[in-house]
Design a protein around this ligand. Structure first.
Ligand code: MG
Length: 452
């Protein structure tokens, strides 16, 4: 059987890959695996959300699980509420930042932590074998609706209080934060202008992935209104993106590094977790404040797991998915936005000033054609030749692909998960360093492909 779960749950084209039938099988399998008594269910604004929700709930009820229907909410709100409402498991129907024709299922345990690889494997096995524990007809579960968004908002309110009246433009992109984010910022005393704050599962206003390109309207509005900051989220609002007071999109690596440094400063040191793809500016900033950086595979669950294991003060991925472990372990866009504003206040800085301390390094990316049946083996074999080619390397890691840290940069070689490609990512202290590392590594990969 093909793998159901990817790095962010089950994901696919609605009604093509992800059908109501498969959805109910997955929820029944989770109920069987975790022997669940009480589950929470929420969804983003996608058109297929209601259809899949009905199927998901049927699967749970048939296994005797009671269901709390939370409606349209951000993924982090669902994760937080799963714990707060004492449920054993939480289901979020979302395809995150993917286009509107996609949908997906993210599963969280009662500790607000995304399902681990082990849990996912167990669920996949139950689906494959059709081995569901169905309830007697007198013991079916019950579904009730609960308006619990306020409990999440209360949590943010308690965690963050602002003194200044910030002038903010917020852009939920018609996604899951359409209601929560403007409401949260208004309650905190900010002067809020909201763009694309109507729920619309076609995402007519912009792509649900926040990028400099997709947030152009937000940037223009920040400039036109003379606002202090622009804040945007992806489709399910586990990611946050910022536009500074001049209307410039804030680079994800630099905001992650700046906030990581702030967390370390506040905690008097500690650990920050990020993935293998993040810029080395995260280390530069962490070292400045007496902290260390732990790197994981790409995927927010790996970051969350490492945060828990290392008792880290903060962690995140350079796509805007930030985890604040003193509150909960799911990446949380609205909470991140609130904490970011509080950090600016504490430092008495504007967004651009807060980011200015973080050095800007040069990133280069190359895709090199390589047959699907060779690409993984090649990456595995490449480690030794990379170490020989760069003898002055400072660190070598195979946590995800092959990553070599150098004095003036780093390089990462990974096999593409979906295409016949080897992906090379390089970062250098200077354009010359980046170019030099890229040329050397590219030549080495080509040589290895020819030798196979
Ligand atoms: Mg997301």
């Amino acid at each position: 059987m093909a793998k159901l779960f990817g790095s962010s749950g089950v994901r696919g084209l609605a009604n093509v890959d992800l059908t109501p039938l498969l959805t109910s099988k997955v929820s029944s399998a989770v109920a069987t695996h975790a022997k669940t008594k009480k589950a929470t269910v929420a969804r983003d604004t996608r058109v297929s959300g209601g259809m899949l929700e009905d199927a998901l709930v049927s699967g749970l009820i048939s296994c005797g699980t009671d269901v709390l229907l939370l409606g349209m909410l951000p993924t982090p709100a669902l994760a937080y509420l799963t714990k707060a409402l004492g449920a054993d498991v939480g289901f979020m129907l979302t395809a995150s930042h993917n286009p509107p024709q996609y949908n997906g299922i993210k599963v969280f345990n009662g500790d607000s932590l995304s399902y681990t690889d082990e849990d996912q494997d167990a669920v996949e096995k139950i689906v494959a074998e059709g081995n569901f524990t169905l309830a007697d007809w007198r013991k079916l579960g019950r579904a009730t609706s609960a308006d619990a968004g306020q409990i999440y908002l209360d949590m943010v309110q308690e965690a963050v209080s602002l003194k200044k009246q910030w002038k903010i433009v917020v852009d939920p992109g018609c996604g899951a934060a359409f209601n929560v984010a403007p409401q949260m910022l208004t309650t905190m005393g900010c002067k809020v202008t909201a763009l694309n704050a109507q729920p619309d599962g076609y995402f007519p206003a912009r792509k649900s992935e926040p990028t400099a390109e997709s947030l152009r309207d937000l940037a223009k509005t920040v400039q036109a209104l003379g606002a202090d900051i622009g804040i945007a989220f992806d489709g399910d609002a586990d990611r946050v993106a910022f536009v500074d007071e001049h209307g410039a999109f804030v680079n994800f690596d630099r905001s992650l590094a700046a906030y990581g440094a702030f967390s370390l400063k506040r905690n008097g040191g500690g650990t920050v977790v990020t993935n293998v793809e993040a810029s080395m500016c995260v280390e530069t900033m962490a070292e400045k404040y007496g902290g260390k950086v732990v790197r994981t595979r790409v995927g927010d669950i790996y970051v969350s797991e490492a945060i828990k294991r290392e008792s880290a003060v903060f962690g995140g991925e350079p796509c805007g998915a930030w985890v604040h472990p003193h509150i909960h372990l799911c990446p949380d866009g609205p909470l991140s936005a609130a904490l970011f504003l509080a950090a600016l206040e504490e430092e008495c800085k504007s967004v651009s000033e807060f980011i200015a301390e973080v050095p800007e390094y040069i990133t280069m990316r190359e895709n090199i054609a390589c047959k699907n049946d060779q690409k993984y083996k090649l990456v595995e074999k490449l480690g030794d030749s990379l170490k020989t080619a760069f003898p002055a390397y400072t660190d070598f890691s195979t946590v995800d692909g092959a990553r070599l840290a150098l004095k003036n940069g780093w390089l990462l070689v990974r096999a593409s998960g979906t295409e016949p490609l080897i992906r090379l990512t390089v970062e250098g202290e200077s354009p010359e360093a980046a170019k030099d590392i890229t040329q050397k590594a590219t030549a080495l990969i080509h040589k290895q492909i020819e030798a196979q």
